[in-house]
Design a protein around this ligand. Sequence first.
Ligand SMILES: [Zn+2]
Length: 319
Amino acid sequence: MVCHKYGWDENLLVLHLVVDRFNMCSTVFQDILKVLSEDTILAKEFRDQIRCVIGPGRSVRFWLDPWVDSAPLHISFPRMFALSNNKNALISEVGHNQGRKWNWQLEFRRECFGWEKDEEGRFYATVNSYLPSAGRDVILWIGDHKGLFSVKAICEAMELRLLSPLPGVWNIPKRLRKIIPPKISLFLWQAVYNKIAVKSNLVERGMTLENEGRCSLCGLVVESVTHLMLACEQTYPLWYGVLHREGVTWCCPRTVIDLLDEWPELRAKSDTGLWDLIPYSLCWSIWLGRNDLIFQDKEFNLEQIWDLHISRIAWWIKA
Ligand SMILES: [Zn+2]
């Protein structure tokens, strides 16, 4: 609709994102174009997935648009581009159908020197292998298998790019991200990286706490993430209960990340889908129980924590 209103070619709009050319449009539309032309990972992801299928080539630039490969020719063949006399040329301006053969009429400043011959050879091998299609020029967005841009597809691609695990880095497994509420995923991530506000962390930040920052539940040792979630005599029975039901003899791991690492291996009887959710729900239930004890003076009751943990898993599965 916007293209029709201003008489633009749609392909030109997507490929030649020069915001200055769009100052006659509404500020809303200018903002949209600005997002796409900026140097951000979102805009880069959008641009990287654009491919042109050439028909007459009237809206695709020979050097600057990605029609041969993922990279435009000016990136793949920088020497040839530097020598080119028509850097902004459209394909239709430098290529013509002659009989059944496609001919390029490219102009260069000078002949290539010996050391440039290799790039020249590859350049001509690439462009001469090109055959125009019979239809019109089409822009595809290959981030989606249908070739059409969608918000869902770019979100998934961005997630993959940003959240794919680096070695030694923990991330919530992709299949669980749709089940576990983001708030709780974030909490687990913070627990893994020792970023939740347990007393040992508050003391480290310079706060003075009564009881020298001892555990809110047992009062025996300093309240660290590992102690509270796994090793405390008030919370350990919850984990022990789960693993006892599974028929597994278990030794408490040293850290939350070790627990998450070994968790899939500990399953013996339970359904995989349910099993994977247990650490998330149990850690979150323990944390809420601990906060209720501190801030609302409620009793830390193992049975209640257990019941909440079970209902939480049921809600997630149902949702
Ligand atoms: Zn404790």
